[in-house]
Design a binder for this molecule. Structure first.
Ligand code: GUN
Ligand code: FE
Length: 448
């Protein structure tokens, strides 16, 4: 939309960790740059006059009776090139899945036509599920990775994209790795420069991300080189961290410390670092993350398959670590952050209560581990925005107008009135599928 405009309707968003708010029939005013410049509740004095002004100017959009606005979701970790194998081979262990399925698939993106076809579908699909901001792993090759960033820009998604570095000849197949550690670092720098050059040509902007795949696939030299780039450019950093027993053990044997400590030695732990999984962090690592203000991308579906475990979300969060939600396509099979939130709650309850019925009740689980849906909703919106340092995830003044408009008249039983406003939000979060997400807006522009 060009110029100022406003939306009138009901909205839900997460104001705080356990507080979701409902603004019934609110007025959300959007400026030329796509930011929210004012929010009025029905009972506010100015509501009527402001509303009439927008109405008279022909710039007021009024939501339908069974429509509600939610903030767009932030997917804090997913692999765009793995979309063709979503739902495949999750019965294999991580290290087998990587070698037999994932690396051969990721190598195919040197074919730019193939890359274009898949990446376009990934961006459109995630947008249609309400994901307005996405932190992507691309592949080792720079050109298709730049293409992904450009496509996010063109299709209106706030994409943060990384060219993957995996340079260790002892750990990666000859057909799919950086030619050398120097090459991995040089190609990353060129990738950053190329994306920064067109970053501002898109209203919602796109961002380059420094992306060592994970410690086991990188040499000390490339990790050191990438740490230097993180210092030089101040851009985002992403990697996998303490994600499975196999991976966690490898790093321990190599450095005598866990991933988080090792990444920190290489300068890769900043307030713009996002660590995928981080299931097996020890308390020392958790404290380090909190101190460095690095965030965790929580992908509970993927953790169920590859970690065979559950992130102690509640405990890590109580130690001051920011956590966002992620699909981890295709370690997680679903492109929907609704599904990720649902699984996060389910997994945390199983961690809390314990899952082995052979043990006596009360001694099966890890106490105080359960999270509520409000917490997952916070992570999928505000947690993600905080991790990336972006003004997204809330429907408040100063935030980008990134929203999804859901028709809760479809697929959600409403034969009896809900007792609390929150009950309706919970129904929406647990029952919405992409077909009832009627519109998606990013930075004030309609993208679905
Ligand atoms: N660890 C290293 N690479 C990957 C990947 O592509 N997916 C997941 N889930 N874990 C990884
Ligand atoms: Fe991943």
């Amino acid at each position: 939309m060009s110029g100022k405009w406003a939306v009138q309707g009901t909205a839900f968003y997460s104001a705080d960790w356990d507080k979701a708010v409902c603004i019934k029939n609110g007025l959300f005013c959007i400026d030329e740059k796509g930011f929210i410049e004012g929010v009025y509740k029905e009972e506010d004095k100015a509501y009527k006059t402001v509303r009439e002004k927008y109405l008279a100017d022909g710039c007021l959009k009024i939501l339908g009776e069974t429509e509600a606005m939610l903030p767009g979701f932030v997917d804090l970790h997913l692999h765009a090139p793995q979309w063709p194998q979503a739902g495949t081979a999750l019965d294999r262990p991580l290290e087998v899945w990587l070698g037999e399925y994932t690396f051969p698939l990721e190598a195919k993106y040197r074919d730019l036509e193939f890359a274009y076809k898949v990446y376009q579908d990934v961006v459109k699909t995630t947008l249609s599920h309400g994901t307005t901001t996405a932190l992507y792993f691309a592949t080792v090759d720079r050109e298709p990775s730049v293409l992904l960033a450009r496509l996010c820009g063109e299709l209106g998604q706030r994409g943060l994209v990384g060219k993957v570095v995996m340079d260790d000849p002892a750990a990666n197949p000859g057909f799919y790795r950086d030619a050398s550690w120097e090459d991995g670092v040089k190609e990353t720098e060129r990738f950053i420069d190329e994306v920064l050059e067109f970053q501002d040509s898109f209203k919602q902007r796109v961002y380059p991300v420094i992306t060592p795949r994970f410690i086991p696939s990188c040499t000390d030299e490339s990790l050191k080189g990438l740490g230097k780039l993180a210092g030089k450019y101040g851009v985002h950093v992403q990697t996998h961290c303490s994600e499975s027993d196999w991976e966690h053990q490898l790093v321990k044997e190599r450095y005598g410390v866990n991933d988080a400590q090792a990444l920190n030695r290489f300068g890769l732990l900043t307030d713009k670092t996002v660590l995928a999984h981080a299931v097996f962090l020890e308390m020392e690592d958790v404290k380090l993350l909190a101190e460095k203000k690095a965030s965790i991308a929580h992908s509970p579906l993927s953790n169920a398959y590859f970690a065979g475990s559950v992130l102690p979300f509640r405990e890590f969060r109580d130690q001051g670590v920011n956590i966002g939600m992620a699909t981890d396509i295709s370690g997680g099979y679903s492109p929907s952050l609704y599904h990720a939130q649902r699984q996060a709650v389910i997994s945390s309850r199983m961690l809390n209560e314990g899952a082995d019925p052979g043990l006596p009740a009360g001694s099966r689980g890890r106490k105080d581990s359960a999270i509520a849906l409000n917490h997952a909703f916070y992570a999928a919106t505000v947690g993600g925005g905080t991790a990336l340092g972006l003004k997204v995830g809330k429907l408040e003044k100063g935030y980008s107008f990134d929203v999804q408009i859901v028709d809760y008249g479809e697929g959600i039983p409403r034969f009896c009135p809900e007792k609390r406003e929150e009950d309706l939000l919970h129904k929406i979060l647990l029952l919405t599928e992409s077909r009832s997400i009627k519109e998606v807006w990013v930075q004030g522009e309609k993208v679905k």
